[in-house]
Design a protein around this ligand. Structure first.
Ligand code: GDP
Ligand code: IMO
Ligand code: MG
Length: 422
């Protein structure tokens, strides 16, 4: 933690690395936790004292009392889903009103954005992105087109603005021949969500954050998705629609590059991807199925099977470079506890040419592996580094050397308590 700085915790592969868990563990050290990109396409799981929560739009710092949580200007927010998520937390006894602030500049996801998401996917035929269907792409497109609605818009003449944008969406859908949808029930809930959002602090969060930094307070920026899903640096077009990388922290919260402190890059001891798109390390065999089963690799938002494979050093090196990662956080090592051999993708190969740099056209490259011995020991009860089996210490040291970055935090189970700081 750095006083007067924004530290970032960023997923550096294809998302679902365990960001929610680590943000929850880190929060006691910070004053403010802020989401800077994405929306309800995210599903961040937090487990402690036998309770489990999956957060979509609300920052994972919400479980620590007295901490301010911010949904920043770079985020997109669906009022109905936000209401459902917030009410679940309120029912569980968490006070949100005084601690959750939403940027007036964040963009609103309309029910018709979700229909457009489905319509664009249907129109893509076999080239579907495999989106979460939450309207993310259409909402960010609208933002870039300068026709979107923002949270601050709900404070004045909202009905008029809403009806006008909805009518435009309906016209686009008519032109696309996509008319078989009915949003009436969803729309009622959405409008209730808008009323509910009005009862929260809707503010100029960029000013709030910068004032806090000037007072020497510390901010943790909670990433969503991962670098390989970034609109610029991911496996385009099979990506999400925001900048998930460290640059997105500056634009998505309104903070300067000089205010960035530590950049924590979080990854799993293996790889997963949910949705379509290139994934050179994907395993189509029994080993992939075993990783999925042991790691419970099913989407937190959509329940889809996550595609599984070995760790990918090409992707990790690229992400460390793009984000300026200063420390690595390795998750879910325990999932590999029973494997006799652990493979590591060290390069990609095509037509006899090898590269360790992320290529433009990832889809046409094949993974090249090195094999390391498995530790074949249950890691889930370990509490400190000196208890590590040698083969596991060797795996960690191998990755640190190959990535030229220290792994300072290791997670050996889903619970808050199963976290080892080095
Ligand atoms: P996020 O989107 O990056 O916050 O990650 P998700 O919550 O989508 O996915 C991570 C999953 O792994 C969740 O189900 C977590 O409860 C679980 N998890 C996190 N850390 C560990 C770990 O070290 N070991 C195991 N076995 N599960 C973990
Ligand atoms: P967290 O924050 C994993 C994937 C979708 C799809 C692509 C585009 O939990 O790590 P979108 O709905 O964003 O237009 O979908 O991005 N995707 C994620 N995959 N974790 C996520 O979030 C994701 N958010 C989006 O599966 O391939
Ligand atoms: Mg997730």
């Amino acid at each position: 933690m750095n006083k007067g700085k924004v530290d970032a915790l960023l997923g550096i592969v294809f998302g679902d690395e365990g960001k929610g868990k680590v943000v929850d563990v880190f929060t006691p050290k910070y004053d403010i936790v802020a989401r800077f990109a994405g929306g309800p396409n995210a599903g961040h799981t937090i487990i402690f004292e036998g309770k489990k929560f999956v957060l979509r739009s609300i920052p994972s710092g919400i479980f620590s009392p007295d901490k301010i949580n911010i949904i920043g200007n770079g985020c997109v927010i669906a009022p109905d889903l936000f209401m459902a998520e917030a009410q679940e937390l309120e029912t569980a006894g968490y006070d949100l009103r005084s601690r959750l602030h939403i940027s007036k500049r964040a963009h609103l996801i309309l029910p018709t954005h979700r229909v457009l998401d489905r319509a664009y996917e249907a129109a893509k035929g076999k080239n579907k992105v495999g989106t979460t269907g939450k309207g993310i792409g259409p909402t960010y497109s609208e933002k870039a087109s300068r026709t979107g609605l923002r949270v601050g818009d709900i404070l004045e003449n909202f009905d008029e603005k809403y009806q006008s944008l909805k009518a435009r969406h309906e016209e686009i859908l008519r032109h696309m021949g996509y008319t078989d949808y009915d949003i009436s029930a969803e729309e009622q809930q959405w409008l209730r969500g808008v009323e509910y959002m009005r009862t929260f602090t809707l503010s100029d969060t960029e000013i709030e954050i910068n004032r806090a930094l000037a007072e020497g307070k510390s901010v943790l920026a909670e990433g969503a998705q991962g670098t390989m899903l970034d609109i610029d640096h991911g496996t385009y077009p099979y990506v999400s629609s925001s900048n998930t990388v460290c640059g997105g922290v500056c634009t998505g919260l309104g903070v300067s590059p000089q205010s960035i402190g530590e950049v924590f890059g979080i990854f799993k001891a293996y790889s997963t991807r949910v949705g379509a798109g290139p994934f050179p390390v994907e395993l189509f065999d029994e080993t992939g199925d075993r990783i999925r089963e042991i790691g419970h690799e099913y989407g937190a938002v959509t329940g889809r099977n996550r595609r599984c494979g070995w760790v990918d050093l090409v992707a990790l090196r690229y992400a460390i470079m793009i984000n300026g990662v200063t420390q690595l956080v390795m998750m879910k090592s325990d999932v590999l506890d029973t494997f006799p051999v652990i493979r590591v993708c060290v390069a990609y190969e095509k037509d006899g040419v090898r590269t360790s740099d992320m290529p433009f056209d990832t889809a046409s490259w094949q993974a090249v592996y090195e094999d390391l011995p498995g530790w074949q020991t249950d890691l889930t009860g370990l509490t400190s580094e000196d208890q590590f089996p040698k083969a596991f210490s060797d795996y960690v040291a191998y990755l640190e050397k190959a990535l030229n970055t220290p792994i300072t935090i290791l997670s050996v189970g889903p619970d808050r308590a199963q976290t080892i700081m080095r």
